[in-house]
Write a protein that binds this ligand. Structure first.
Ligand code: FA5
Length: 356
């Protein structure tokens, strides 16, 4: 027993000496830890091995002594081995106070508002037109912008080479395919698929070979109206259009029906309205040319031949149709003197309509 105790005592002295020499040197302190505590050959590890050889009754007392020595070593080393690297000295760089002021958000400023897109004024106006007809029991359909010669002309009573085609000249994609010049081809498509009673409007884009001026564009919107039933007369057409135009442009709008010609209606009329831009006061008005009137739509009773073309019996059924220029109507509603402004994409103009 004495022998074991003396061994511990000796090792303790050895450790204290070595610690004294190694103090402040990280490498030496790590070596010291290794020498005493290494799991394989450390002095303390070996003493624990030897402990197993002592008589059983002596082991607790020596175990206690040995553990105390181990803790002593651990504690001494934990204080000295973990020599911390000298703290880094940060140099305080003075910041320009102006930089902070410039970067700081000024919460008292008003927020930047985002501009939300809105439907184009012509689309908004088309919706107003649709709403009036929906309220009268009409439905809404759309049709192809690329049409065949048959639907755009022939089924509407324009035989090939007929001079009336000149007024509706357009771009041809092939001999038979063209950009539709009016929404009237949809009369045929609707009547081919549906039997009377028919009450429908068809808004859409149309294309023409056109000399551009304040009231004419080469690409514009029309809305077609078609009603077919038994005992339909011109009086119904007149009453419906008057109601529609007053709902759209105001009760006081001046309306006049003028006899006209369309190959697909008989009789035919054009409907003019009193110029809202100059109110008939400006002889040089870019819209009415000083006449005080401007054409807004073409209309008439569906020609019996057109009804026959779609297998509807003209003895039993009659109908009326009209085709109105949407930009033209929007001009009169908003008192705009040049239709081209709708498509110049000047946001100062366009935005005026989005808050309606
Ligand atoms: C037609 O297009 C016929 N399809 C209308 C019709 C339908 C008659 C059904 C009978 C029965 P018109 O070419 O006149 O007709 O055009 C009708 C309307 O479209 C005109 O009154 C005008 O408001 C508008 N419009 C015509 N040409 C232009 C153009 N170049 N730019 C803008 N609007 C136009």
């Amino acid at each position: 027993m004495k022998k074991f105790e003396a061994k511990i005592e000796k090792l303790k002295e050895k450790f204290d000496d070595a610690l004294e020499k190694a103090r402040g040197q990280k490498k030496s302190l790590q070596d010291l830890r290794h020498e005493f505590l290494s799991r394989k050959r450390g002095h303390i590890t070996r003493l624990f091995e030897e402990l197993k050889e002592l008589p059983v009754e002596e082991r607790p007392a020596f175990g206690k002594l040995l553990n105390e020595f181990k803790n002593y070593v651990l504690e001494k080393l934990s204080k000295d081995v973990s020599v911390k690297p000298a703290p880094i000295q940060y140099e305080a760089v003075p910041r320009e106070p102006t930089v902070i002021t410039a970067e700081r958000e000024d919460l008292t400023l008003p927020g930047r508002s985002l501009y939300w897109g809105a439907p184009h004024p012509v689309m908004l106006f088309a919706q107003e037109i649709e709403d009036i007809f929906l309220a009268m029991g009409f439905s809404v359909a759309e049709g192809p912008e690329i049409e065949t010669d048959y639907y755009n002309f022939e089924a509407l009573n324009f035989p090939p080479h007929h001079p009336a085609r000149d007024d509706w000249d357009t771009l041809y994609i092939s001999e038979d395919l063209l950009l539709r010049t009016h929404t009237s081809p949809m009369q045929i498509r609707v009547m081919e698929k549906n039997k009377p009673p028919i009450r429908i409007i068809i808004p859409g884009r149309v294309f023409r070979r056109e000399a551009i001026d304040p009231t004419h564009l080469p690409m514009f919107y029309q809305v077609e109206g078609l009603l077919v039933d038994e005992s339909v007369t011109f009086a119904h057409l007149k009453g419906t259009l008057e109601h529609f135009l007053r709902a759209l442009l105001g009760e006081k709008i001046a309306i006049r029906f003028r006899p006209s010609f369309f190959p697909f209606t008989e009789p035919s009329a054009e409907v003019d309205i009193g110029c809202t831009v100059c109110r008939g006061q400006d002889p040089g008005c870019s819209v009415c040319g000083g006449t005080g009137w401007k054409e807004l739509l073409g209309a008439g009773m569906v020609d019996p031949q057109v009804l026959k073309n779609v297998n509807i019996d003209p003895e039993k059924y009659s109908g009326w149709a009209f085709g109105l220029g949407i930009e033209r109507a929007a001009m009169f509603s908003h008192r705009i003197s040049d239709m081209r402004t709708f498509y110049e994409n000047d946001l100062r103009f366009i935005r005026q309509f989005s808050l309606k």
